[in-house]
Design a binder for this molecule. Structure first.
Ligand code: IMP
Length: 198
């Protein structure tokens, strides 16, 4: 079964493919099908934005589409960057610029607790939908550590492992991460859904 991923983010593709391929699901980037659907993320929640993206790409491709909307929510910043994680600090910042801004905004904060959320939405050409959510609690490190992953990985610290996301191998990250957990839930729901179709 082939799903189109409503994203340009190859890191997300790799994380999703690693988990879903075990169940015969192939995930391709929309760009690999020659599609360039750019969806404005106008939703106020991760779930709403994931659904917006998946629906638009399903309509453009005619194939089942899957989208992940994710971000890091920091308690001392009232949940920011949250749904604005990809745009934090404006379009001129890159990943490192965004996590440096986050570290600067947390200077002197008494709490550094945070969590990552991933909402996955899947829309089938029939109009059927599947949604799944995963959350990973952690803290924001005082300085970046590690070179793996993407985005805020170097500053997202897991106290139990005493490592940031960026210090984990892809398998280690998938075992504990927000996206790994959301994909696990998604995978179960997808199997139930497909069973009901046979
Ligand atoms: P989205 O593509 O609108 O879902 O944007 C999500 C943004 O949140 C990304 O651009 C990253 O900055 C951040 N993000 C999401 N998942 C991760 C992750 O697993 N590690 C680090 N940053 C992430």
């Amino acid at each position: 079964m082939k799903f189109v991923l409503a994203s340009q983010n190859r890191h997300k593709l790799e994380e999703m493919q690693a988990i879903l391929s075990a169940h015969g699901v192939e995930v391709v980037l929309q760009a690999d099908l020659g599609l360039h659907v750019d969806v404005e993320e106008t939703g106020e929640t991760f779930a709403a934005n994931a659904m917006l993206k998946a629906r638009a790409v399903m309509e453009a491709s005619g194939l089942p589409a899957i989208a992940d909307d994710s971000g890091v929510c920091v308690d001392a910043l009232n949940g920011a960057p949250g749904v604005y994680s990809a745009r934090y600090g404006g379009p001129e910042l890159d990943d490192a610029g965004r996590y440096r801004l986050l570290l600067a905004n947390l200077r002197g904060a008494t709490s550094r607790t945070a969590h990552f959320t991933s909402c996955i939405a899947c829309v089938f050409p029939s109009g059927d939908t599947i949604e799944a959510e995963g959350i990973c609690p952690g803290t924001i490190a005082f300085a970046p550590q590690g070179t793996g992953g993407f985005g805020y990985d170097p500053v997202f610290f897991l106290p139990e492992l005493r490592k940031t996301y960026a210090q984990l191998t892809p398998d280690e990250k998938a075992a504990v991460s927000h996206r790994g957990k959301a994909l696990e839930v998604f995978d179960k729901k997808l199997r139930e859904y497909l069973k009901g179709k046979n």
